[in-house]
Design a protein around this ligand. Sequence first.
Ligand code: CA
Length: 253
Amino acid sequence: MAQLKNNERIKVLIVEDEVAIMTLLRYNLEKEGFAVITTGNGEEAVNLIKENKPDIVVLDWMLPGMTGVEVCKHVRWNQDIKNTPIIMLSARGEEGDRIRGLDSGADDYMVKPFSPPELIARIHAVFRRIRPSLSEKVLEFSGIFMDLTTRKATRDGVEVHLSPTEFGLLRHLMEHPGRVFTREQLLDSVWGHDIYVEIRTVDVHIRRLRKALNYDGKQPDLVRTVRSAGYALEENPEGKNYINDDSNEDDAA
Ligand code: CA
């Protein structure tokens, strides 16, 4: 998903005067979850970058008036916006053009025609290279945030301390909120198929996970025990205490 650390969508500015290409890119980037702003004009692009602070710019070389190369240089000279990642697009494909494009300060350079998935892959690659933290996924569920890069989890802004196994367990549940997983399924997904682990081990780690998430004993449980089925991560508006809900769990430790 095209999300920033704070869970906002990645904002892409497309600078392209050819309406058909602009429409195609906008459609595909929006479908991928990006927030898209557009212009077909170089001067306006510079203003939009200053005002809207896009996270990345997809910039066509050939524009009426100010060219993409000039826009790129402008951005790099401007202290406030100089770190904005830029992917330059061009109908030209010669090596000299590629070098000129990158020399002007672009982070990547793509020759038309290209497929939208290729552009999306390049956008993610630029983020990984330039701003590693931006391209990484952050999971959120009911006040719990998991940063998969730093492997830190918080609940209502307070850091939750989890062992690697509990982190993996919570991650799996947060990737599929509301879905009930059997203990076997959790073992397979979190521990892996190849390891033999006793099935009740899951209960032990679920209990530890609950305790970690309920660090001051006041939060509603979000890990629900579904009797004779398994576990699910669910919103808990009534603040029901699921911990006492599963008496058959206690002999597992
Ligand atoms: Ca053009």
